[in-house]
Each structure stands twice: as structure tokens, then as C-alpha cells.
Design a protein around this ligand. Structure first.
Ligand code: EPU
Length: 436
């Protein structure tokens, strides 16, 4: 297994392009199962999670049909075989996002068998809301040997009005599943308490291009008028707001000056507002062309503490909570961070303590007393965003930080060490001499 070795305390400088979004690409790839026509997707990031999703849709009969040597110029997928409707546990267990094939398979093939995803390092992750939503469209759901077995009624799925809210707000992939399934249902579907995340808007854009009739995506009420079939389309995956936010935090924690190209500032207002409050300067450099948004991040002073609560979009994203905590570890005062989406998502705190951070947990809340300097140490990555938090802490720390199990990072950040190194960071990937 690989490790990252970071020599901290180096300022970053330069420009970097934000890649296509992982959390958008997964449901977009799953949506290719809804039609037998070709779909071309540009800017699909090269990540472990997207590779797993490509493998999964390929097993389900949707193959890559272009002959382009790289992904950058777009990949074309086409469903050529509809006989297999089983997403096996072997793949699902490596990537919880596999659940987003459930809705498209059920709608297009009338049945789906998808291994039930288990829990993960960030806590329990039930799928009851996904299932309730699909049942409201007339599906019968059973559990068999750890698999969810969903069957559409004889005449196909039927539109209905349904509520997708749960104890922790709405569900992003649940909304993606139900919205995708409803495109081919008979009649109208209204999803109340739908997730408002930008990735849902991105998925709706592709579906509309494919001929779906959807309005309201991005708001808590999405209306879908079912159609008989969907066609081919071309779409560019939206920029990854969490990757952009991670780079912003990297600039802030190292007192640096960097420029982000393809930066989705509109999708990041909760983060940019908080960063500005703690003393980071964020300047939109080019607002003229929405496809070429650029932002300049500068931070040259002592950071102020903050009080943050993670919330569904447009609130502060849970996927940036760990990175923000890394930053607050060196702020001048006490910060309070409450996690309202995944209350157990605090695996990074114990590792930050190893680097000299003063962080304490009380239930779903972390209390952070800023220290002047973090100190490099060997630490263990536990999940994707916790790993990103440790990289940020390592960039700011005095001395050497070695981060073990960086495969978690490879799930969601493309060649992170190379891209940070291009900005001047002293970070290298090595093979762990004591493999675990
Ligand atoms: N929930 C339920 N029942 C459900 C589904 C969700 O109670 O049926 C709960 C969850 O346990 C959680 C809350 O609702 O407390 C929100 O979960 P959601 O379903 O929205 O999460 P998700 O769709 O499975 C996506 C992202 C996550 C991100 C969350 C929240 C993808 C592939 N994953 O997950 O991203 O944290 O939305 O924004 O899109 C990451 O990228 O590191 C990551 C974990």
C-alpha cells in the first residue's frame, strides 16, 4: 500500500484546474443504463470510484464504445445487452455509490438486483429512503441473501407524489435514483424534500438532454413527467466542488496564493463565506464565461476561529468538514464544528491529535482550540475526506508527515500528490515498507 510523505511548511503558488466531480460522475454513468442510445460524457475524473463504476455498468451491459485513448476528450457509453440486472457485492462493497444503478436498472429493465451496501468509516448509511421512493413508484422491494431485489409492476413504474426527507435531511443518491427511475414511469412524479445538491442539477441536465421532462431540480420539489423512452446525449461533468474546496483549504492552511480554474464558486458559497470570515481572500477572477470560472485564493494572515454546522446544500457540506477542521486547528482561538449529516464522521480527530492539534469531541460536535503550529507525524487515513484533512494538516505542519493507507484518497482525488507538488508542495508517494 502507498503512503504520502509530506515536508510541511511550504507555501503553494500557481494555478490548478479543478477536475470533473466524482459525486456527479457516478449517477451520470449510472444514467447511461436508461437508454440503448450512445451517451458521451466529458471530464469524467480518473479515480478508483469512477473506474469501479465503469466496471459495474460494463458488467450490466453498458460498454464504452469510443476509441479515444484518454478520457479527457469524452467517453461514449452504450447499453448493448440488457440481460444482466445484478450489481454484485464484489463491486458494491468497494463503492457505496454503486447504489445509484438501482433506479436506472429498475426503470429500464423492470427489475434490479443490487447488493445492499454496508456501513463505512463515516457511519451507518441506510438506503431506506431510496427504497421507499422506488416503492412509491410501484416497485416491489425484497431482500434476498444481502441483495435488494426490486421489481416494477407489469405495466411499468407509475408516477406518484412522494416524500424523500429523513432524520438527517434528504438523500442525494436517493433523489438521483428516484428522479432517474421516474423519467420512464407512467405519468407525473413529484419528489418532495428532494436533495438540492448541485450534483442533482447536473444529473437532471443530462436526463433532460436525453429527452426526460424534469423541472425544479436544485429545489426541494422536483417534478418529472414520464416519457416512453430516452435518447442519446452529450454532457460535461460539473467541476468537483469538494475538490475545489479542498484546494481552497490547502491555500488557506499554507498562507498561499493559488488560482483555481474550472472552479464552481456558485456551488461553494457556504465554504467561501466561512473562509472569508476566518480571513481568507477569495476573488472570482473571471466571471464572464460560466464554463471557465476562475478563482484566486490568498491567505496571508493569522486565521480566525469559526462556528460551523454541516447541512444539506446550500449549507456547509459534510464532505468539507474534515478539511475545514484541519484549517481551524491553527486558527487563533476556539472553533466549534457540528456534524449534522453523518454524526460519526470524526475519524480524523484522533490522527490530528497525533500532530499536536487540540481537538475534542462531544457527540456530533468537535471543539478545536487553535495551536500555533502542527507537528509532522505518521498518521493513518480512514476515509476519503479524513485523508484529505490529514494531507492539509501535513502541508502546514513542521517536519515530516507520513500518511498511511492513501488508497482512500485515490477514491476521490486524481493524482493529488502530483497536483499539489505542481503548486510547490513537498509531497511524494512511496510504497509503504511495512505493508499492512
Ligand atoms: N440517509 C438515510 N436513509 C437513506 C439515505 C440516507 O437515513 O436511505 C441518511 C444518511 O445516513 C445521512 C443522510 O441521510 O445521514 C444523507 O445521506 P445521503 O443519502 O444524502 O448520502 P449519499 O447520497 O449516500 C452523497 C455523497 C457523499 C456525501 C453525501 C451527503 C456520493 C457518491 N456520495 O452520499 O459523499 O457525503 O451525499 O452530501 O454522491 C464523499 O464524497 O466523501 C461522500 C461521502
Amino acid at each position: 500500500m502507498d503512503v504520502f510523505e509530506i515536508q510541511g511548511g511550504v507555501r503553494l503558488n500557481g494555478s490548478i484546474r479543478v477536475n470533473g466531480s466524482k459525486n456527479s460522475a457516478l449517477p451520470l454513468l449510472a444514467a447511461c443504463l436508461l437508454t440503448d442510445q450512445p451517451i458521451t460524457l466529458s471530464d469524467v475524473p480518473e479515480l478508483l470510484d469512477t473506474s469501479n463504476m465503469l466496471r459495474l455498468i460494463d458488467e450490466l451491459g453498458c460498454q464504452r464504445v469510443d476509441d479515444k485513448p484518454d478520457r479527457a476528450s469524452g467517453m461514449t457509453f452504450q447499453t448493448l445487452d440488457t440481460t444482466n440486472h445484478h450489481a454484485r457485492y464484489d463491486i458494491v462493497k468497494t463503492m457505496r455509490g454503486s447504489i445509484c444503478v438501482l433506479g436506472p436498472l429498475l426503470a429500464a429493465r423492470g427489475r434490479a438486483r443490487v447488493a445492499m451496501p454496508g456501513g463505512c468509516a463515516i457511519g451507518q448509511r441506510p438506503v431506506d429512503l431510496h427504497l421507499r421512493g422506488l416503492e412509491a413508484l410501484g416497485a416491489t422491494i425484497e431482500l434476498d441473501s444481502g441483495d435488494i431485489v426490486a421489481t416494477a409492476p407489469a405495466g411499468g413504474l407509475k408516477g406518484s407524489r412522494l416524500f424523500l426527507g429523513g432524520a438527517f435531511g434528504s438523500t442525494v443518491l436517493g433523489t438521483a435514483n428516484v428522479m432517474s427511475a421516474a423519467t420512464l414511469a407512467k405519468g407525473q412524479t413529484i419528489i418532495e424534500s428532494a436533495a438540492c445538491e448541485p450534483e442533482i442539477v447536473d444529473l437532471a441536465k443530462l436526463l433532460v438532454q436525453m429527452g426526460a421532462k424534469i423541472s425544479g431540480a436544485g429545489s426541494p420539489r422536483i417534478t418529472i413527467q414520464g416519457v416512453d423512452s430516452l435518447s442519446g446525449a452529450q454532457h460535461t461533468v460539473m467541476p468537483d466542488r469538494i475538490e475545489a474546496g479542498t484546494f481552497m483549504c490547502a491555500a488557506a492552511i499554507t498562507n498561499s496564493d493559488i488560482t483555481l480554474e474550472n472552479c464552481p464558486l456558485d456551488a461553494l458559497m457556504a465554504l467561501t463565506n466561512t473562509l472569508q470570515q476566518v480571513g481568507v481572500d477569495i476573488q472570482p477572477a473571471d466571471q464572464t464565461d460560466p464554463m471557465r470560472l476562475t478563482a484566486r485564493i490568498t491567505s496571508a494572515r493569522v486565521l480566525q476561529p469559526a462556528v460551523i454546522t454541516t447541512q444539506p446544500h446550500p449549507g456547509f457540506p459534510t464532505d468539507l468538514q474534515a478539511q475545514m477542521i484541519a484549517l481551524l486547528c491553527i486558527a487563533d482561538g476556539h472553533s466549534v464544528v457540528t456534524e449534522k449529516i453523518f454524526p460519526e464522521r470524526f475519524m480524523h480527530l484522533a490522527e490530528l491529535q497525533r500532530m499536536g492539534a487540540m481537538v475534542f469531541r462531544q457527540g456530533p460536535t468537535a471543539i478545536i482550540s487553535g495551536v500555533r503550529q502542527l507537528v509532522g507525524a505518521p498518521v493513518m487515513a480512514s476515509d476519503l475526506r479524513a485523508s484529505a484533512c490529514l494531507v492539509l494538516a501535513g502541508l502546514a505542519a513542521q517536519g515530516t508527515t507520513t500518511i498511511h493507507r492513501v488508497y482512500h484518497l485515490d477514491r476521490g482525488y486524481e493524482k493529488l500528490e502530483e497536483r499539489l507538488a505542481a503548486l510547490g508542495a513537498k509531497i511524494v508517494r512511496k510504497t509503504d515498507p511495512n505493508q499492512d
